[in-house]
Design a binder for this molecule. Structure first.
Ligand code: XIL
Length: 301
């Protein structure tokens, strides 16, 4: 196949990208988006601050633009993210306890209901575990409402949109380490107690300080063995040339080697679209030309 999306589809997978609504009028950007990708993740437009800027007042215009366009183009949609410590509206940041818990539950219900039937996979909870060796939860206003906030978010999302696959998503969980093992243990516990969870997302933001781990595939596999799908959700790899291309190839092959790894999403289209302040972590250069990394990813599929 000649595009990332069609090559992934031939393997029973999707190949997606993060999309920013304000860039869709850029014809180079939307041209690559239409040609190459068969899944999209709104980069910021579905986050709490974007969708509920004032408590109880929901704002879906930008996210709807991305969603409706994706449906027209036959692309899957990853919803991102219902409950997260970051990019909360200021009104939520100032809440705590039962008030915050109820606001979170209402937010999950409203947003998941608005997009009911349209979302392939939802990142229900994003980045709830701490970095480092403790395996602890990350401290946040949501965490301080009680350990059960994660399972409450998942049960609430399931009730609102029973057809969407419900994912837990995080970073620094790409290899086997204390943080990924803590997430693993949560999935074991959720499966044992019937908390609805269908997938785990591995953000996969790699750079020289945090390179593609050598046990990436085996880590994906150990989660898949628990009976959840696994997805590479925000892939970007700092660097250039052959080294970067080889890392992209390795990451794609790791997913394909895991039967339940059903999709790969890169976190932006061109290097100039990246959230990273500097560097060239993506598959297309600033002019929209495919890089060596692109050819490597396509060849690996
Ligand atoms: C980033 C976006 O790319 C930026 O535009 C925004 O300013 C900050 O958030 N982990 C996530 C994503 O789950 O939502 C983040 O996206 C990148 C890290």
């Amino acid at each position: 196949a000649s595009t990332l999306g069609s090559a992934a589809a031939a393997q029973g997978r999707y190949f997606g990208t993060a999309v920013a609504a304000y860039k869709l009028s850029d014809s180079v950007y939307s041209g690559i988006l239409n040609r190459e990708f068969n899944s999209v993740t709104p980069e910021n437009e579905m986050k709490w601050d974007a969708t509920e800027p004032t408590q109880g007042t929901f704002s879906y215009t930008s996210a709807d633009t991305i969603v409706n366009r994706a449906i027209t183009n036959g692309q899957k949609i990853r919803g991102h993210a219902l409950a997260w410590h970051s990019q909360q509206p200021s009104w939520a940041q100032s809440l705590s306890g039962t008030t915050l818990r109820n606001a979170m539950v209402n937010h999950v219900t409203q947003v998941a209901t608005h997009y009911k039937g349209k979302i392939d996979s939802w990142d229900v909870v994003n980045e709830a575990f701490a970095d480092g060796s403790t395996g602890a939860r990350r401290d946040s206003n949501l965490q301080r409402t009680g350990d059960d906030w994660i399972e409450v978010a998942f049960r609430t999302a399931r009730a609102a949109d029973p057809a969407a696959k419900l994912c837990y998503n995080d970073y620094n969980t790409d290899g086997v380490n204390a943080k990924s093992t803590a997430v693993y243990n949560m999935v074991v516990d959720f499966k044992a107690r019937g908390v609805p969870i269908d997938c785990v997302g591995f953000q996969s933001h790699f750079n020289s300080a945090s390179p593609l781990p050598s046990d990436y595939q085996s880590n994906l596999q150990r989660f898949a063995n628990l009976g959840v799908d696994v997805q590479i959700t925000e892939l970007d790899i700092e660097g250039s040339g052959t080294a970067q291309a080889n890392s992209y190839s390795t990451a794609v092959k790791a997913c394909l080697a895991v039967t339940r790894c059903n999709g790969i999403t890169v976190w932006g289209i061109r290097d100039s679209d990246s959230w990273r302040a500097s560097g060239t972590p993506l598959l297309f250069d600033a002019n929209g030309n495919p890089k060596q990394a692109y050819t490597a990813a396509l060849t690996a599929l």
